[in-house]
Design a protein around this ligand. Structure first.
Ligand code: GDP
Ligand code: GDP
Length: 478
């Protein structure tokens, strides 16, 4: 599991941060140094990202001259286990000689380091935060472990390492995918049932949408600051509506506005634009991945707003991946089309980026618009309605198994390492939202990624699942 070590001199707030990440009062916090003695290792989560966290302590009891020796012995041991180190300093106290000493050690070892300036609530931490740049260990992240601020920034700093780890180990980033839970007993029974499809209602079409149009479609609009999200929302539903909507007793964490588009009830959830109109004080200059993640998780469809002159930079891609990893349907809206300098280049760049960075989801709907001129708004919303229907697609078991047979005959699975044929016997779609398929497979562990992609792409093409994430589970028959 992705592992994070917390390191720093006594009293900088390691235990406080550890507790916050672990979510229980695991480590004892005290005002005097030397309380946490053992190295602790616990499961932790930060805005949905799951990992192991190691708290290191005990160094404070060392004789000053043996400090270095103790550090090497104890701390380096846990560093070796970690994928990334959070190097904590106390921003209120500023950088001390002992911090410098830690920094020296950290510079000489291979595990990547994120400098974290703790106790940054209020203004008292600002000088310390700036001093922390001087370590030369990268941009420090300002947090308050005690007050829980800066957690989105901390997540953002950890994400590249977490992503690297997930890529290297074939794991998903946010633990158990919330949109694709473990199969229920019923679904498992359906999968185990060899007579699949026999009792299906033959009057139902083989491919249909399970969209419940009586429920409002939950939509989030996300993107970097200044891409035009508020302008878009205003143009769409009117300033007045926005000003009144969020005040109706809605809390800071769940701002939403209801309206209808072409007779379809839409619920706009938690966007920075809404927050601003709700006059909630917040730093809007920076993108907070934590806030974005919250909005994405609340939504079914997510509009990612881009600026036509800065299409798909690193942050845009981070958000797009987040949406896909969370199993939500994504619509990409390229705003400020009126002011686009080179439209063709902009679209080409978007295509290239999507192809190279999100190849697992082909056909993500992309719409250009000018929010300020009110052009293309309907096209964006039409794309939202359409992708939502696709996201709710349900394919009948019989159609799936006909498809599987055909697909296997066109291009059978390869031999396993022990030269045995990998058998795919049957499949079902235990759930929609996003479309999730379960395939009975003799050797799931031997099935190459390329073959999984072949199946997923085939499903996408043959059942019209363009632009939505597809989940596939392969399991051994009992
Ligand atoms: P450790 O020795 O590094 O594990 O530090 P602790 O977690 O025990 O914290 C040391 C002291 O700093 C305790 O009194 C905490 O309450 C306090 N502390 C921790 N985090 C913060 C913070 O974000 N802001 C402020 N002002 N105090 C904090
Ligand atoms: P947000 O931070 O994403 O909510 O962005 P805003 O809606 O506040 O817009 C940021 C800036 O972009 C403002 O100055 C808007 O007037 C401008 N803007 C928004 N939409 C458009 C557009 O379609 N064309 C142009 N040229 N400017 C736009």
């Amino acid at each position: 599991m992705f592992t994070v070590a917390i390191i720093g001199r006594p009293n900088v707030g390691k235990s406080t941060l550890f507790n916050r990440l672990v979510g229980r009062r695991e480590a004892i916090v005290h005002d005097f140094p030397g309380v946490t003695r053992d190295r602790k290792e616990r499961k932790a989560s930060l805005l949905g990202l799951e990992f192991l966290v190691i708290d290191t302590a005990g160094l404070e009891e060392a004789e000053p001259d043996s400090l270095a020796a103790r550090m090497s012995a104890m701390t380096l041991g846990s560093l070796a286990q970690a994928d990334v180190v959070l190097f904590l300093i106390d921003a209120r106290a500023g950088v001390t000689p002992m911090d410098e000493h830690f920094a020296d050690v950290l510079r000489k070892q291979p595990t990547p380091v994120v400098v974290v300036a703790n106790k940054c609530e209020g203004k008292a931490g600002e000088p310390g935060l700036l001093e922390a740049y001087a370590f030369g260990l990268g941009e420090p992240v300002g947090i308050s472990a005690e007050h829980g601020t800066g957690m989105g920034d901390l997540l953002e700093a950890l994400l590249p390492f977490a992503r690297q780890y997930a890529d290297d180990h074939g794991e998903t980033l946010f633990g158990e995918e919330p949109a694709a839970p473990v199969l229920t007993a019923e679904e498992q029974a359906a999968l185990d049932d060899e007579t699949l499809g026999a009792d299906e209602d033959p009057s139902l079409p083989p491919v249909r949408t399970e969209e419940d149009v009586t429920k409002p479609l939950r939509l989030a609009i996300v993107g970097r600051p200044n891409t035009g999200k508020s302008t878009f929302v205003n143009a769409l539903i009117g300033e007045e509506r926005l000003l009144t909507g969020p005040e109706a007793g809605v809390t800071r964490d769940a701002i939403s506005v209801d309206w209808t588009f072409k007779d379809r009830a839409i619920q706009l959830v938690d966007t920075a634009g809404l927050r601003r109109k709700a006059r909630i004080q917040e730093s809007l200059e920076r993108l907070s991945v934590g806030d974005t993640l919250n909005a994405v998780r609340m939504a079914e469809v997510v509009i990612l707003m881009l600026d036509a002159n800065m299409v798909m930079d690193k942050q845009d891609l981070t958000i797009a991946r987040l949406v896909v990893e969370e199993g939500r349907a994504l619509v990409i809206a390229v705003n400020k089309w009126d002011a686009a300098e080179d439209r063709q280049a902009s679209i080409q760049r978007l295509k290239d980026r999507l192809e190279s960075s999100l190849p697992q989801v082909r056909g993500i709907p992309t719409v250009t618009l000018s929010a300020i001129k009110g052009q293309g708004l309907d096209r964006v919303m039409d794309a939202v309605l359409k992708i939502h229907r696709v996201w709710n697609t349900r394919v009948s078991t019989s159609a799936l198994n006909r498809w599987l047979e055909h697909t296997l005959s066109k291009h059978p699975p390869p031999l396993s390492k022990s030269k045995r044929r990998i058998k795919l016997r049957y499949m079902t779609q235990p759930k929609a939202r996003p479309p999730t398929f379960a395939v009975s497979c003799s050797r799931p562990e031997d099935l190459p990624e390329s073959y999984v992609r072949y199946l997923a792409n085939g499903l996408r093409e043959d059942f019209g699942l363009d632009g939505v994430p597809i989940r596939m589970h392969f399991r051994k028959p009992k």
